[in-house]
Ligand binder design. Structure first.
Ligand SMILES: CC(C)(COP(=O)(O)OP(=O)(O)OC[C@H]1O[C@@H](n2cnc3c(N)ncnc32)[C@H](O)[C@@H]1O)[C@@H](O)C(=O)NCCC(=O)NCCS
Ligand SMILES: Nc1ncnc2c1ncn2[C@@H]1O[C@H](COP(=O)(O)OP(=O)(O)OP(=O)(O)O)[C@@H](O)[C@H]1O
Length: 379
C-alpha cells in the first residue's frame, strides 16, 4: 500500500526522452492526478522559495541571472558534468520536492495520482507508491528525440544519455513496463491495459463525460477522448482550411501533451479547445469555434469547464492565448474574469515561464488567477 491511505499512487519513471511525460498525460486522460517532479524542482529554487538561498550559498552568485533568479541552464552545465555537484544539489532540492508531492497527493480530489520523476527510484520514492511504471525506449529512439525535439547535437544527446544508469536497472524493479518506441496509439493501448489491470478504481475515475450544457441552446461540452481523435481532426481541418491537414494520428500525438474539450450543438461537433495543465498552470492554446455559434455562450461554456477541470487539478492560474480578433471581445473576457497581459507582467516566475513556454506566435495573452495560495510559495 502507498504512503497515502485511500489513494492509489503510481510512480512513473524512465530515462531521458523515453516518453514519461507522454505516459503521464495518458494516465491523466484516464483520470489520474498528475505530478511532474521536474516542475516542482524548478519551483523549489525560484527566488524566495526555500531552496533558493541554500543553492546560491553552495554554488555562488555566479549562477544568478541579471534578474536575481537562478539561471538553471548555467546551473545545469555545472551539475550535469559533475556527479558530486549534482548530488549536492539533489540533497537540497529532493526533500522540498518530496514535501510538495506529499501535499499535492493529499489535497488531490482524484483517488489515483501519478508521480513522474526521473530520479524516483534513486530517491526511494517508488517505495511510497503502489506500483512502479517504467517507460522504455531503445537508445536510438531516445537519441533521435533528443536531437529532434530538444535541439541537442548528437554529442550532447549521447553525453546526457551516458550520464544515466542503464534502463534495465529500473525495468528490473518495474510493475509495468511501457514500451514507447512505436506510435502514440500503440503506447496508449499499453497504458489502458495496465491501468485496467492494476488500478482498482479504474472505472470510477475517468473525468466526467457530459460536463456542462446550456439548455436553451442545446450546447454541451464534453471531454475529448483519444477515441475522438478522427472527429477532432476533421473539425479542425474544416475550421482552419488554410493550415496543413491534420490526421487522427496527429491528434493522438497532441493527446500526449494536452487535453481537449468538445462543444456539441445537439450531436454535431462545432467547437473545440485544446488546453494543457503543467506545473499547476492551465494554458489554453487552441480555441476553434464554428462561426455560426453564439460566441458568448460558446466561449463561456468552454472556458468555464476548462477552469473547473483545471481547479480540480489544483491549478493556480489560467493563461488563455487567443488570436487578436478574439482578444478584442473585451466584454466577454471581462465577464469571465480575464485581463489582457504579457508574460513579463505576470507576478510569479512559474507563471512567466509557463506563458513563455506555451504562447503561440501572434497570440494575445489573457490571464486569470484561480487560487490564492501557491505550492512552494516564495516566503
Ligand atoms: C539542474 C537544473 C537546475 C537544470 O534545470 P533546467 O530547467 O535547465 O533543466 P530540466 O530541469 O528541465 O532538466 C533537463 C533534463 O535533465 C533531467 N534531470 C533533471 N534533474 C536530474 C537529475 N537530478 N538527474 C538526472 N537527470 C535530471 C530532467 O528530467 C530533464 O530530462 C534542474 O534540472 C535541477 O534542479 N535538477 C536537480 C533536481 C532534480 O533532481 N530534479 C529532478 C526531479 S526531482
Ligand atoms: N510514441 C512516440 N512517438 C513519437 N514521439 C514521441 C513518442 N513518445 C514521446 N515522443 C516525443 O518525444 C519527446 C520526449 O517525450 P517526453 O517529453 O514524454 O519524454 P520524457 O521521458 O518525459 O523526457 P525528459 O526525461 O526529458 O523529461 C517529446 O517531444 C514527445 O512528444
Amino acid at each position: 500500500m502507498s504512503q497515502w491511505p485511500g489513494k492509489y499512487v503510481i510512480g512513473l519513471t524512465g530515462n531521458i526522452a523515453t516518453g514519461k511525460s507522454v505516459v503521464r498525460r495518458m494516465l491523466e486522460h484516464l483520470g489520474a492526478y498528475g505530478i511532474d517532479a521536474d516542475a516542482l524542482a524548478h519551483r523549489a529554487i525560484a527566488r524566495g522559495a526555500p531552496g533558493y538561498q541554500p543553492v546560491v550559498d553552495l554554488f555562488g552568485r555566479y549562477i544568478l541571472g541579471p534578474d536575481g533568479e537562478i539561471d538553471r541552464r548555467r546551473l545545469g552545465k555545472i551539475v550535469f558534468n559533475d556527479p558530486v555537484a549534482l548530488a549536492d544539489l539533489e540533497r537540497i532540492v529532493h526533500p522540498l520536492v518530496a514535501q510538495a508531492i506529499d501535499f499535492l497527493v493529499r489535497r488531490a480530489s482524484q483517488p489515483v495520482a501519478v508521480i513522474e520523476a526521473i530520479k524516483l527510484v534513486e530517491a526511494n520514492l517508488h517505495r511510497a507508491c503502489d506500483s512502479l511504471w517504467v517507460v522504455y525506449a531503445p537508445p536510438e529512439v531516445q537519441l533521435a528525440r533528443l536531437m529532434r525535439t530538444r535541439g541537442l547535437t548528437e554529442a550532447e544527446a549521447r553525453q546526457r544519455m551516458a550520464a544515466q544508469p542503464p534502463q534495465e536497472q529500473k525495468m528490473a524493479l518495474a510493475d509495468v513496463i511501457i514500451r514507447n518506441a512505436g506510435t502514440f496509439e500503440e503506447t496508449w493501448k499499453q497504458v489502458v491495459v495496465a491501468w485496467q489491470r492494476l488500478v482498482p478504481v479504474a472505472e470510477a475515475t475517468a473525468p466526467a463525460a457530459d460536463v456542462m450544457s446550456s439548455e436553451r441552446l442545446a450546447l454541451t461540452v464534453v471531454r475529448g477522448r483519444p477515441r475522438d481523435a478522427a472527429q477532432i481532426a476533421a473539425l479542425i481541418n474544416r475550421l482552419r482550411p488554410k493550415a496543413p491537414l491534420l490526421t487522427a494520428e496527429d491528434i493522438m500525438a497532441a493527446f500526449g501533451e494536452k487535453a481537449f474539450l468538445l462543444l456539441r450543438n445537439n450531436t454535431t461537433l462545432q467547437g473545440v479547445i485544446g488546453w494543457q495543465v503543467e506545473n499547476l498552470v492551465a494554458r489554453t492554446t487552441d480555441i476553434l469555434l464554428e462561426p455560426t455559434l453564439p460566441l458568448k455562450s460558446a466561449l463561456t461554456l468552454l472556458i468555464q469547464e476548462m477552469e473547473r477541470a483545471s481547479k480540480d487539478l489544483q491549478c493556480e492560474a489560467s493563461l488563455v492565448f487567443v488570436a487578436p480578433e478574439l482578444a478584442r471581445q473585451e466584454l466577454i473576457w471581462r465577464e469571465l474574469g480575464y485581463k489582457i497581459t504579457t508574460p513579463e507582467q505576470l507576478e510569479a516566475l512559474a507563471w512567466q515561464e509557463a506563458a513563455r513556454e506555451s504562447m503561440p506566435p501572434g497570440t494575445v495573452l489573457l490571464f486569470k488567477k484561480l487560487r490564492q495560495e501557491r505550492i512552494l510559495r516564495p516566503i
